[in-house]
Design a binder for this molecule. Structure first.
Ligand SMILES: [Zn+2]
Length: 303
């Protein structure tokens, strides 16, 4: 059994990763990052002494492009692999036109290409959609998939008992290695367009309930301090819920998140440098956009 964390160098080091699992004769990737990361993933496979033909599963926790943008590119390189995805994600991997149009509208064509490269469709017969609780065989064991809403409606997590971990995608927050300085420092991702605070809290409980030794986060790496991470996420999510309930716009949401950040930084005993602040301000901006979007939805919970 091996589990390798692969730094995808997405917008910088130790910001987004993918995982390689080797179990007996079989290999699996969890997350693909973007097509720019495909050579890094294949390089990790070669360093593990395995060939692209050994890859049985390519798994994406959800369809956001820092997780699944490289799926088609990696599938092309691994001829025997099947792509495993949430049913709501699978259709966008088979026909990525809506994702491409959405991201191009946000970033513009040039920045889109720089960030994500090209995104091709994946042949439908190579994609398998997994229902909540479904299992697939892997080596001598199996992987279990649990649907976890809150961050995105097309999100699942993967329980891997052999590695004694849960691959949590964006459902167990962001825990950047550079901000772990003796104490845990975690924050959730509440980016657009599906954020649901109550569902996010339920998903955290579901992940903890699996009782795995570690959580493996796409942002970033493996962590043992699940209880502390969960406690910090719940506090942030309570603030986030209130921001949605108050009907905040992006600016108001961002101001309240910035105040919450200062409290969290003080509590963690952190001193932030300019680079830390830059990293966190990007997340807070995205989180504020997600909360304002949730507040504007017709079904938004009110106080
Ligand atoms: Zn995401």
């Amino acid at each position: 059994m091996t589990l390798t964390t692969i730094d995808c160098d997405y917008t910088g080091p130790e910001f987004a990763c993918a995982f390689l699992r080797v179990e007996g004769d079989e290999c699996a990737f969890v997350e693909t990052n973007t097509s720019h990361a495909t050579p890094r993933l294949l390089d990790a496979l070669a360093r593990a002494g395995r060939a692209p033909e050994d890859v049985r599963w390519i798994i994406v926790t959800h369809v956001h492009l820092d997780h699944a943008g490289g799926a088609a590119s990696l599938m092309k390189a691994c001829p025997r692999a099947t792509l495993l995805a949430h049913p709501r994600a699978a259709r966008h991997l088979i026909d990525p036109s809506r994702i491409i149009a959405g991201a191009t509208a946000v970033y513009g064509e040039e920045a889109f290409a720089q960030l994500y490269g090209t995104i091709e469709p994946v042949a439908a017969e190579r994609v398998r959609a997994l229902e909540d609780g479904e299992r697939v065989p892997f080596g001598a064991g199996e992987l279990t998939f649990l649907h976890t809403r809150g961050h995105a409606n097309h999100h699942f997590v993967v329980h891997d008992p052999q590695a004694d971990t849960v691959f949590t995608g964006d459902a167990f927050g962001l825990v950047y290695p550079r901000l772990q300085r003796g104490r845990v420092f975690a924050l959730p991702s509440t980016s657009p367009t599906d954020f649901d605070a109550a569902a996010a809290v339920d998903s955290i409980a579901r992940i903890l309930g699996l009782g795995a030794a570690t959580v493996s986060l796409t942002h970033y790496g493996q962590h043992r301090e699940q209880a502390e991470i969960a406690e910090q996420l719940r506090a942030w999510l309570e603030v986030s819920r209130a921001i949605v309930a108050d009907g905040c716009d992006v600016a108001a949401a961002e101001a309240r998140l910035a105040a919450t950040l200062e409290d969290a930084v003080t509590r963690a005993g952190l001193t932030l440098d300019a680079n830390d602040r830059r990293l966190l301000s990007l997340d807070l901006r995205l989180n504020a956009q997600g909360l304002a979007h949730a507040a504007s939805r017709a079904d938004a919970p009110r106080r």
